[in-house]
Design a protein around this ligand. Structure first.
Ligand SMILES: CC(C)(COP(=O)(O)OP(=O)(O)OC[C@H]1O[C@@H](n2cnc3c(N)ncnc32)[C@H](O)[C@@H]1OP(=O)(O)O)[C@@H](O)C(=O)NCCC(=O)NCCS
Length: 156
């Protein structure tokens, strides 16, 4: 497995983006942005990480991250986050932010294991007005609020 910059057709990665975001409307709004790194195994893309500049000096966002279900829990997600951090540092990044649903307990654990700290909650970020189906449950919890994490890129 190796991780490299992806310069191909972004739409070919839509199934991976869809693992990370239940709103195709939202995905369409950002899929073409920033830079995408992919994990490849024998030429096949098995995971991706998208990083974008926020416009706030030195602050980057890990906008989308996913690993194919059959390849999860092998350390690929951790490796993609590490590669994204390295790339942001190369681009002068000082801080990396990432958002997930408060209902997604697995992701809350995953990002904290990668050194991220919570710093903001966005109430009602997910709902019909932002392109998410009404009544969606994650871990039995209604999908409505968003947790924003940050990681200082000066620290290892
Ligand atoms: C989140 C995701 C990228 C993690 O990738 P992964 O390759 O499975 O994760 P890793 O194998 O590198 O795991 C790293 C650590 O996170 C933990 N972890 C990963 N997914 C987890 C989950 N769903 N629940 C609890 N812990 C999890 C692992 O147990 C491991 O812990 P450790 O450091 O104690 O050993 C992957 O599960 C995924 O693609 N999920 C669907 C898309 C998604 O939700 N993306 C994020 C949107 S914000």
């Amino acid at each position: 497995m190796h991780i490299e910059r992806y310069d191909g057709d972004r739409d070919a990665l839509r199934p991976l983006f869809a693992l990370a975001d239940d709103s195709s409307m939202q995905i369409s709004s950002y899929i073409a942005q920033g830079e995408v790194l992919v994990a490849r195994d024998g030429g096949r893309v098995v995971g991706h990480a998208q990083i974008i500049e926020t416009g706030d000096g030195g602050v980057f966002e890990l906008k989308s991250l996913a690993v194919r279900p059959a390849r999860q829990s092998e350390g690929l997600g951790r490796a993609l986050v590490a590669a994204a951090i390295t790339r942001c540092r190369e681009c002068g990044g000082r801080r990396l932010i990432v958002s997930t649903a408060s209902a997604d307990i697995g992701n809350l654990r995953f990002y904290q294991r990668q050194g991220f700290r919570m710093y903001r909650i966005v109430r009602d970020a997910f709902g019909p007005s932002t392109g998410y189906p009404e009544g969606l449950l994650v871990n039995g919890i209604p999908l409505c609020d968003q947790v924003v994490f940050e990681r200082d890129l000066g620290a290892d």
